[in-house]
Design a protein around this ligand. Structure first.
Ligand code: C5P
Length: 219
């Protein structure tokens, strides 16, 4: 482990999309690359943190120097987070699927079956809200992300209060920004003190900035 201001601190980071099975060979997913979450885990580790990195099937490889736990579904991600042990902070950068397929098949759905398949959806657990609202063993600092396309600050501020996390990192993921899947991000950090805008920078620089803020908060 690196030496640094986060030495001795355990931080959980979620990252990437989740895959929700339709049957053993098909799934529902989203376009998250895992780039920002991976960069955050790397930046925290570089400051000396002991990082548990819980990642869905991402496009980018997990960083070196972290304890990686690979999961597929939202339910598996929640289980990995709750069994990661006591943490000083948790950063929820994963793009968790909102729903899973309630009637997922145990064997491959056949095209020559009786007509078109019908998928029934059920809600997934909200990992950020679950951890934020823990009455025992809640990490001291819980950080969520809010990817929005409209009214970014208002929606993210409401989300922070609803989920009861300490910080929300809001970003505008409108298609014309090129942020989703790209190498840059433009974020606003929302906490008790208000909203702080950061200029557009690389995801690595966003990660370093956040890791620095987290180190200050846990000091
Ligand atoms: O509600 P929304 O999905 O926009 O909230 C985004 C934040 O909540 C992110 O930090 C994301 O990782 C987290 N989240 C979660 N579990 C879910 C849905 C979102 O941890 N099921």
């Amino acid at each position: 482990l690196a030496d640094g201001p986060l030495k001795g601190k355990h931080i959980i980071v979620t990252s990437g999309p989740t895959h929700e099975p339709i049957d053993p060979v098909r799934y529902i997913a989203n376009r998250s690359s895992g780039a920002q979450g991976t960069a955050i885990a790397a930046a925290l580790a570089a400051l000396g943190a002991n990082v548990t990195f819980v990642t869905g099937p991402a496009d980018v490889p997990p960083p070196m120097g972290v304890n990686t736990v690979k999961v597929q579904t939202a339910k598996e991600m929640l289980a990995a987070v709750t069994s990661a042990g006591a943490a000083d902070a948790a950063v929820f950068a994963a793009a968790v699927a909102d729903w899973h397929v309630a009637n997922a098949g145990n064997s491959k759905i056949k095209k020559d079956g009786a007509g078109l398949p019908r998928l029934d959806f059920a809600e997934n657990p909200d990992i950020l809200a679950t951890v934020s609202q823990m009455t025992e063993g809640r990490p001291r600092l819980v950080v969520g992300f809010a990817a929005e396309t409209d009214d970014v600050i208002a929606n993210a501020t409401a989300k922070r209060l609803r989920k009861q996390c300490d910080w929300i990192v809001a970003n505008d993921v409108s298609p014309d920004t090129g942020i989703m899947g790209g190498s840059e991000n433009a974020v606003t950090l929302i906490n008790d003190a208000g909203a702080e805008n950061f200029p557009r920078m690389t995801k690595a620089d966003v990660a370093a900035m956040l890791a620095g803020r987290i180190a200050e908060a846990l000091a």
